[in-house]
Design a protein. Structure first.
Length: 117
């Protein structure tokens, strides 16, 4: 059974920092592209950042220079360090695991991030 369990969300003032974690189980972690997405009410889920093989990273332009994605294969955990947070970063953040060759994608349950101005 595949599980992605997010943690680390919360309420923070603008300019502050949060670190999200996503612990994966039931998958071969190192063959998946791990990612963070976010969604606000009435909007589509948006890609925030992805990481593959611990070093190949990709970010949406709006978070470049502020967010850092990283992973620990031994712990099967992916992190999202969010600095200089802005009110527009407020969203429900989801962890994602994707393998193109296997044609599968998995989602966590989401963790809320709220940034107050």
């Amino acid at each position: 059974q595949v599980q992605l369990v997010e943690s680390g969300g919360g309420l923070v003032q603008a300019g502050g920092s949060l670190r999200l974690s996503c612990a994966a189980s039931g998958i071969m972690f190192n063959i998946y592209t791990m990612g963070w997405y976010r969604q606000t009410p009435g909007n589509q889920r948006e890609l925030v950042a992805t990481i593959l093989s611990g070093s190949n990273t990709n970010y949406v332009d709006s978070v470049k220079g502020r967010f850092t994605i990283s992973s620990d294969n031994a712990k099967k955990t992916v992190y999202l360090q969010m600095n200089s947070l802005k009110p527009e970063d407020t969203a429900l953040y989801y962890c994602n695991a994707y393998n193109q060759r296997l044609g599968v994608t998995y989602w966590g349950q989401g963790t809320q991030v709220t940034v107050s101005s």
